[in-house]
Design a protein around this ligand. Structure first.
Ligand code: PLP
Length: 384
């Protein structure tokens, strides 16, 4: 049990005039404004739902508590949060430093900013490589605390120290962990970004994103969200909050299942490598154990062979859906080279180990024996 379990349920601090027990869905597009608009609790106008909305605000209060941040914002997707971050934090002549392994669109969008005079630099995903890549024009450093899809763990405190020394903002993408397993602000990160599509909403039925951090930055980002028009919708906020209430117990079960699956995969002759920081012999186990309070529910693994074997394996699955995304109740398997990592160039993929035989499994909340039975179906389809 932890305080997070209570905050996830009661942290909305919404008090309904009619006594409704949970924050309702405010689907209205506007609020009455005679002369002065009403203010929301963070002091901004509450007049138009593209800017501020009580259902979205209730979710943001829960997220702020879970991330021990002064404030937070919810967006229509994780990429909406990331694009708003770039618009806010970068100007012509600045450099954004990210990693050669990250969610493909995070890297691609940074590269697209070249047309606005913003340079992108990409480092190997390790604290040492990121820190030594920081240059005089590096304004923003964005990296994943646990990388997608090979699950490398990056020492956040070390990057924060290096970033601070050079005056760069350090932003951590915490999507693979959720605030239940890691709160980057504790380690000095300036901001946290997450795709709420994943563990935060947790049921594979929502798309959304968040940014959390100090009030001053969040208020400036709020203005950008207002201008860009990419706030999370009230309905999505309601559904996301509904999912978020159970995040504590979900994360525990995801992890229990993931560990069972990882151990099973380790024993299979069809598997050449298992990547899961929860395994004691994993390269990142020590840092993950120190930095996080759990290892999450994603297990990546490499099977013997290449694309043809992956295709046969995926075709044979009955329960686990081959699809992008992760972090929900249903187990999902992703083939990174054709999906989340498809926009990463071949050299970079090779350098971080995103190979043709790599699969990323988001272990869901089903009975782990059923998950393993389905994986076994996949193995049976491979020629021995
Ligand atoms: N960050 C990470 C680590 C992701 O895995 C993803 C999506 O898979 C995103 C950001 C983007 O989030 P969304 O798909 O909600 O836009």
């Amino acid at each position: 049990m932890s305080r997070d379990d209570t905050d996830a349920i009661h942290g909305h601090e919404y008090f309904d005039p009619l006594g409704a027990n949970i924050p309702p869905i405010y689907l209205n597009s506007m609020f009455e404004q005679r002369v002065e608009a009403k203010k929301s609790d963070r002091g901004v106008d509450l007049k138009y739902s593209r800017e501020e909305n009580p259902t979205v605000r209730a979710l943001e209060r829960v997220i702020s508590k879970l991330h021990i941040s002064e404030d937070s914002l919810c967006f229509s997707s994780g990429m909406a949060a990331i694009s708003t971050l770039y618009m806010w934090g970068l100007k012509s002549g600045d450099e954004v430093l990210t990693t050669i392994e990250a969610y493909g669109s995070t890297i691609k969008l940074a590269e697209e900013l070249g047309k606005l005079g913003i340079r992108v630099k990409k480092a190997y995903p390790s604290a040492e490589a990121i820190s030594s890549a920081i240059g005089p024009n590096t304004r923003l450093i964005l990296f994943e605390a646990m990388t997608n899809p090979t699950l490398k763990v990056i020492d956040v405190r070390a990057v924060v120290e290096a970033g601070r020394a050079k005056g760069a903002l350090v932003v951590v993408d915490n999507t693979f962990l959720s605030p239940v397993l890691y709160k980057p602000i504790k380690d000095g990160a300036d901001l946290v970004v997450e795709s709420t599509t994943k563990y935060i909403s947790g049921h594979n039925d929502q798309v959304g994103g968040l940014l959390a951090g100090p009030s001053r930055s969040i208020l400036e980002l709020w203005e950008w969200r207002r201008l860009l028009g990419n706030i999370m919708s009230p309905f999505n906020a309601y559904m996301t909050y509904r999912g978020l209430k159970t995040i504590g117990i979900r994360m525990k079960r995801h992890e229990e299942n993931a560990l069972k699956v990882a151990k099973y995969l380790k024993e299979r002759r069809e598997v050449v490598e298992v990547l899961y920081p929860g395994l004691p012999d994993d390269e990142h186990h020590e840092l993950a154990s120190k930095q996080f309070s759990g290892y999450g529910g994603v297990v990546s693994f490499k099977i013997k062979g290449g694309r043809a074997e992956v295709e046969a394996f995926l075709k044979a699955l009955k329960m686990i859906m081959p699809s992008p995304s992760l972090g929900g109740t249903e187990s999902i398997i992703t083939y990174p080279v054709v999906s989340a990592s498809s926009s990463i160039n071949e050299n970079d993929r090779k350098a971080v180990g995103i190979t043709e035989n790599l699969l990323r499994l988001s272990v869901g909340l089903e009975d782990p024996d059923d998950i393993i039975a389905d994986i076994e179906r996949g193995f049976k389809a491979l020629k021995s």
